[in-house]
Design a protein around this ligand. Structure first.
Ligand code: SF4
Ligand code: SF4
Length: 437
């Protein structure tokens, strides 16, 4: 991937909620835990209706090679196991648990070494998933051997406008984050860790560096910076910036020997290894121009969108709001309040609806802006045109599969064309038609 001309874009000037420590969301009465995270296989219930559980009791386990262990987010009673819709719009089993407010906790068994085999096994046992893709983290290391990776990148920051989970953890849970990074280093053959920050967080980088030196951590590390421009933390762009290596979309990071983790996965890994804590929730940035209680919260798995709405509090009740899961550039609006937050929810943004109230597009004026901001050098206008006019044979030729769905083209388009959505659909068409051959 070349990045000669691409400069990133910065649609807003300021993140709204940086620098707020992580606080737990208030306890809820019910938790409806989904047994499927994004595209991974659905896990099978390991409890029955009526069972008493503690926070940390295993409630579901993999049904095949790709599921994950899922743990109860709360102590209470299993009220129901049933199918309902998830954040990704698919149906999956959920386990409904009523909180008994006893706060009883069940930890993982202790481990007796930090060898690579034990650590990979702990990743699996603790139910850790990639917070973006939803892939079980252990899969990356177990099936190919962690030693296949020679470069370990830890993203300590984000160029997303509304997500500040990683930098908040780096700031307030520094010890856990850098210990977790060391455990990732143990399972790879990387000679050092590369901690990556945006230019905006140089002070935080200095703090992390000082912490590592003061506490005499016995490992080599480097600190690198990327511009604070969206979407420079996309894995393909990040790799190009940090390692000078271009990985073509669809090609494996493994082949290049590169693995990318973030501050949150390091934090979770440290908690699983040193405190025997399984993953029972996710740190979520709650933000938006119509939200009252902005900040970074530890949100337990299975909390409903409705509960989140109640918690956030609407600033201007006269203006209707929209809740976006993910960032404002590429997130998904959530209209159904009876959906549970999952282990990949990074941010929830409550925006005034008036900014999104013109779902109408106009004819393309061929201004070229969409192509000028595309970080992977596609021509969004041409893909849009080919897809709309059913010239499907052109879709692969336009390199559509390389789209990272960042939303930059839609953001700059003066005709407000639904470029990202249509390119995503074209990408899906391209993928399924390739699969069919
Ligand atoms: S959404 Fe896809 S086509 Fe549009 S700018 Fe991003 S990468 Fe390019
Ligand atoms: S930015 Fe919009 S109007 Fe301009 S060329 Fe692209 S699709 Fe057409």
């Amino acid at each position: 991937m070349k990045l000669v001309n691409f400069k990133g874009i910065h649609p807003f000037t300021k993140k709204l909620s940086v620098g707020i420590d992580v606080t737990p969301l208030r306890p809820m009465e019910f938790y409806n835990v989904p047994l499927k995270v994004k595209n991974i296989a659905e896990s099978e219930p390991a409890v029955q209706i009526g069972d008493e559980v503690k926070q940390g009791t295993l409630i579901a386990k993999p049904s095949g090679n790709f599921g994950i262990n899922i743990y109860s987010p709360v102590s209470g009673k299993v009220l129901n196991i049933f199918s309902k819709v998830t954040l990704s719009g698919e149906y999956a089993k959920h386990i409904l648990i009523m909180n008994d407010n006893k706060n009883e906790v069940q930890d993982l068994p202790e481990i007796d070494s930090v060898s690579d085999v034990t650590l990979i096994s702990r990743l699996r046992e603790a139910g850790m998933v990639d917070t973006i893709s939803g892939m079980p983290t252990y899969l990356k290391y177990a099936y190919v051997g962690g030693r296949a990776y020679r470069t370990l990148i830890i993203l300590m920051d984000s160029t997303d406008l509304n997500s500040s989970t990683n930098q908040t953890l780096a700031e307030y849970k520094t010890e856990e984050v850098i210990n977790g990074a060391k455990y990732f280093m143990n399972i790879t053959s990387a000679p050092h860790i590369i901690f990556v920050f945006t230019e905006a967080n140089r002070k935080l980088a200095a703090k992390v560096k000082k912490h590592i030196l003061d506490t005499k951590k016995n490992y080599d590390f480097k600190i690198k910076f990327i511009p604070n421009k969206y979407p420079f933390d996309d894995p393909y762009i990040l790799t190009s910036l940090v390692c000078g290596k271009s990985i073509k979309k669809g090609n494996s990071f493994l082949e290049a020997g590169i693995t990318i983790e973030n501050a949150e996965s390091c934090y979770n890994f440290c908690r699983a290894v040193e405190f025997n804590k399984p993953v029972t929730g996710k740190i979520v940035t709650i933000d938006g121009n119509n939200a009252i209680r902005k900040g970074n919260y530890f949100v337990q798995n299975g909390v409903s969108i409705e509960n989140i709405y109640d918690f956030i509090g609407i600033d201007d009740k006269e203006t209707s709001s929209i809740l976006i899961e993910g960032n404002v550039m590429a997130g998904t609006a959530q209209y159904n309040k009876d959906i549970s937050v999952s282990l990949t929810t990074d941010s929830l943004i409550l925006q005034k609806f008036d900014e999104y109230d013109a779902p109408k597009e106009y004819p393309c004026i061929s201004c070229g802006k969409c192509a000028s901001v595309c970080p992977v050098f596609l021509n969004p206008k041409n893909i849009d045109n080919a897809y709309l006019n059913e010239r499907f044979d052109e879709i692969p030729k336009l390199n559509t599969h390389a789209c990272i769905e960042c939303g930059c083209c839609s953001y700059v388009c003066p005709a407000r064309r639904f470029l990202t959505q249509r390119i995503a659909a074209a990408k899906h068409y391209d993928k399924t038609s390739r699969g069919a051959k």
